[in-house]
Design a protein around this ligand. Structure first.
Ligand SMILES: Cc1ncc(COP(=O)(O)O)c(C=O)c1O
Length: 434
């Protein structure tokens, strides 16, 4: 008996209420091509993963070559050249104190690994009471249970309270809605004081603070002052608490430097990378840490080992894609492209900021955000689906985060293409309630 077709269940989609998915048959550069031959400009890099354009031939070739040689081998008790090459390539670009790399599958698992390493680090050092995690308001770190716990409350987490572990929450430097009622021009980053109080009072029970460095992504593309991140590093170091930098979105050039931490001169104890790691081709992630953290897991006692892994840990094909992706940073003018994107953001945002329907504009590196004034601000704003449809009808893929429209393009976008995206965004302001 032939099986009936299974129905596809899409992520973050209200089945039956949201529009039918757009069928894509191929992609190249910044464009997706639909089944009926329409071109859509991917202005959000397909959920922030694509760096050098879709179907980059060097990454495609590396994947094909690796698949024909060694598609996979378990990574417990075995090793292989693509993973070793990737460790060596990453070692050259992450801050020097980060020396040890643990592979996993996606951004959420990289965060799970970081949280578990942080908690077991203190246990292995005879301080099991240091097991609480501090995370920021507006944070988003993924959808698995641990990552969802450190993410702030949102429609994404509402149904799962029973699965989330308790987290200590501290202010985020959301300057457009300052949590302590100040303005950036004159403030001294007073929003850090809530973390300072927390660490002073409860540092003895805190394992780690986790942050999205300089840019909170899904929480609304919120750009933080560099002093906020460096202040968090200063405070965590002073209170002997680990700092986890979730660079899943910000890594690999997104904020104008290879990693956002660099901009603030910060070296975290653990760094999570995923998304752009393979240039948007395959799912692969890593949690990278220091000698100090790693060394707590060594020794004769087996209970000190890190009992965590995934079937496809360090998949050779994904590692080969990542190696080809990083090679492109050497062979193509990637940081010139990044700077060119930033220049267009800087040129186009002032006009948007002046519009009466715009509450705030912000940008960092290749990422810009336009926060719109609506009566129902938040992810479930009724404006979101109308904007999304408007953009798609104009041939641009933008997926507003509620009332925040953001632009996060592949690095190969041209100034002309990016200006077109801004023209479409300007036209979309006609949808705002008057
Ligand atoms: C900062 C950050 N961390 C973690 C994640 C989760 O990554 P993934 O969707 O690959 O599990 C995301 C995803 O958007 C993210 O932006």
């Amino acid at each position: 008996m032939g099986a009936p077709n299974l129905h596809l269940w899409h992520p973050f989609t209200h089945q039956g209420a949201d529009p039918a998915p757009v069928h894509i048959r191929r992609a190249e550069g910044v464009f997706l091509e639909t089944r009926d031959g329409r071109r859509i400009l991917d202005a959000i890099s397909s959920w922030w993963v694509n760096l050098h354009g879709h179907a980059h031939p060097a990454i495609a070739a590396a994947i094909a070559g690796q698949a024909a040689r060694l598609e996979h081998v378990l990574f417990a008790g075995f090793s292989h050249e693509p993973a070793e090459e990737l460790a060596s390539r990453l070692g050259k670009i992450v801050p020097a104190p980060l020396q040890h790399i643990f592979f996993s599958d996606d951004g959420s698992t990289a965060v799970e690994v970081a949280l578990k390493l942080a908690v077991q680090f203190w246990r292995n050092r005879g301080r099991p009471e240091k097991c609480r995690i501090v995370a920021l308001e507006n944070a988003y770190h993924g959808d698995t249970a641990g990552a969802m716990s450190v993410s702030d409350d949102s429609p994404f987490t509402a149904a799962f309270e029973s699965l989330r572990v308790p987290i200590l929450r501290t202010h985020s430097a959301y300057c457009a809605h300052c949590p302590v009622g100040l303005t950036r021009a004159t403030c001294l980053i007073e929003c850090l004081e809530s973390l300072e109080r927390l660490l002073a009072g409860r540092g003895h029970e805190i394992a780690a603070v986790i942050v999205e460095p300089l840019l909170q992504g899904a929480g609304g593309m919120i750009v933080h002052p560099e002093e906020f991140l460096s202040g968090i590093r200063r405070l965590t170091a002073a209170h002997d608490v680990l700092l986890i930098a979730d660079e899943v979105l910000t890594g690999f050039g997104r904020t104008g430097r290879m990693f956002a931490c660099e901009r603030a001169g910060v070296v975290p104890d653990l760094m999570c990378v995923a998304k752009g790691l393979t240039g948007g081709f395959l799912s692969l992630a890593a949690t990278i840490t220091t000698d100090r953290v790693h060394d707590a897991f060594t020794g004769a006692d087996h209970s000190r080992a890190f009992f965590h892994g995934h079937s496809y840990t360090a998949n050779p094909i994904a590692c080969a894609a990542a190696n080809a992706n990083l090679q492109i940073f050497d062979s193509e003018p990637v940081f010139d492209r990044i700077a060119a994107i930033e220049r267009v953001h800087a040129a186009r945002l002032p006009a948007l900021a002046a519009h009466p329907g715009v509450a705030d504009v912000r940008y960092i590196g290749t990422i810009s955000a336009i926060e719109l004034k609506v009566p129902d601000a938040g992810y479930l704003s009724s404006l979101r689906p109308r904007l999304y449809e408007f953009f798609l009808n104009r041939g641009v893929l933008l997926r507003p985060l509620g009332n925040v429209v953001y632009v996060l393009p592949p690095y190969v976008i041209t100034a002309g293409q990016l200006n077109f995206v801004y023209d479409v965004i300007e036209d979309s302001l006609a949808l705002l309630p008057s």
